[in-house]
Design a binder for this molecule. Structure first.
Ligand SMILES: Cc1ncc(COP(=O)(O)O)c(C=O)c1O
Length: 396
């Protein structure tokens, strides 16, 4: 067998999101794309803000010498400095460029972090529902995830996290605003998490790092705020990207930032930079680094996503669905009317609606809707959601 057993298994078990994406492609070729309501993939449909194109054009026109050469593995100094200045304001803690590494998306950042931190068998605690790639990223570097559940409203369950901490725990990973729930962890719970990690690190005789995956930080509604993790715990690392807030997922640009007072910050940075090089990325894309240097704080029109969220929440609630209204991101995670979420997702498919079963995020009994699609698609799909629920209840 050419393909390693582990990869073969991973391909088979892997990502419900991809499976739905592929099913969508099949149905679209069968019935025509306008007949399929595809809410399966978190691929932002909004174009990047106009400023992106302006900056890109001016950089291309300037054609600097050496613009396409190798660079320091951590990224361009100018870009890292711009990121450091911006994140200093966002996190409320003074960051220098030496604490920033430009990466290939948030995914690249998380892989650099795990590669640096994990000895074989080390664990990262994640709260379900969670972005399913975390398990693969941990496994890439000899680590593994330990999954705990969130509360009913998808907020952090600190007792569950406390119980899960053990001598193998190296990292606690959070994602807020969350994919798939849209929940934002408030300041009080983050402060309590920081206190818990301080106490647990002391108890375990080693530092447990807090990693915050924040690609949806700027996509928030109703004035909600995403609190700083650097203010609640010094041994923290932020991983993020320009994929969602500037709508550039295909350009593969993100960064990681480590708290300047984190334990062993210098060796951590050494590890991150080495990981960025030896994982095969070598460095983050040069042109995009030069572009985002001038795009700090730029974001797509979040009002568009908010309007869709409101439309969806209203429509689904009227149809009898049970859901927690998202505070950010562009996903909804309603309860499945059938205990078996995969069966319910099949009922939705019969209505030409594609969503992802909750078990793809470690939470069976729910399903995920990605609403980075036009309003018309949502409006046209709502009657199908209502019919599928009625049929499900007839079956239950
Ligand atoms: C929670 C979460 N983390 C990380 C990523 C990866 O982001 P990127 O495309 O910037 O690597 C995603 C992408 O969907 C995500 O939803």
């Amino acid at each position: 067998m050419a393909v390693a057993a582990k990869i073969k298994d991973a391909i088979e078990r892997s990502s419900w999101i991809r499976k739905m994406f592929e099913e969508g492609a099949r149905l679209k070729s069968l019935h025509g794309p306008d007949k399929i309501y595809d809410f399966s993939l978190g691929n932002p449909d909004l174009e990047p803000p106009e400023k992106f194109r302006q900056v890109l054009r001016s950089i291309l026109a300037a054609s600097a010498t050496g613009a396409h050469s190798y660079m320091p593995n951590a990224g361009y100094e100018e870009t890292r400095a711009a990121v450091a200045a911006y994140v200093s304001r966002e996190q409320g803690v003074k960051i220098k460029s030496e604490h920033v590494v430009m990466t290939c998306g948030a995914a690249g950042a998380l892989n650099c972090i795990f590669k640096t931190l994990f000895d074989p068998g080390d664990e990262v605690i994640v709260s379900a529902p969670y972005f399913v790639e975390y398990g693969f990223y941990a496994d890439n570097h000899g680590g593994q995830i330990r999954v705990v559940s969130t509360r009913d409203d998808f907020t952090l369950n600190l007792e569950a996290i406390e119980k899960a901490i053990n001598p193998r725990t190296k990292v606690v990973l959070i994602n807020s605003p969350n994919n798939p729930t849209g929940q934002i962890y408030d300041r009080t719970s983050l402060k309590q998490l920081g206190d818990l990690l301080t106490a647990s690190s002391r108890k375990m005789g080693k530092t447990i790092y807090l990693v915050s995956d924040e690609p949806y930080r700027k996509i928030v509604y109703d004035g909600f705020e995403v609190p700083s993790i650097f203010e609640v715990y010094p041994h923290s690392i932020v991983a993020t990207s320009y994929s969602k807030d500037v709508s550039l997922p295909g350009e593969r640009l993100g960064f990681l930032v480590v708290h300047p007072e984190a334990d062993e910050v210098k060796s951590l940075m050494g590890g991150f930079v080495l990981a960025n090089r030896i994982l095969g990325f070598v460095n983050a894309p040069a042109l995009m680094q030069r572009v985002v240097t001038h795009l700090q704080g730029v974001c797509v029109d979040v009002g568009v996503y908010q309007e869709r969220r409101d439309l969806f929440c209203r429509g689904l609630t009227d149809a009898g669905y049970d859901l927690v209204k998202p505070r950010g991101g562009f996903y909804l995670f309603p309860k499945s009317p059938l205990a078996d979420d995969v069966s319910f997702v099949s009922l939705l498919q019969e209505e030409n609606i594609l969503v992802v079963p909750g078990r793809g995020f470690g939470s069976p009994g729910y399903f995920r809707i990605a609403y980075c699609v036009g309003k018309k698609t949502i409006e046209s799909a709502l009657p199908g959601f209502a019919r599928a629920r009625k049929r499900a209840l007839g079956k239950a």
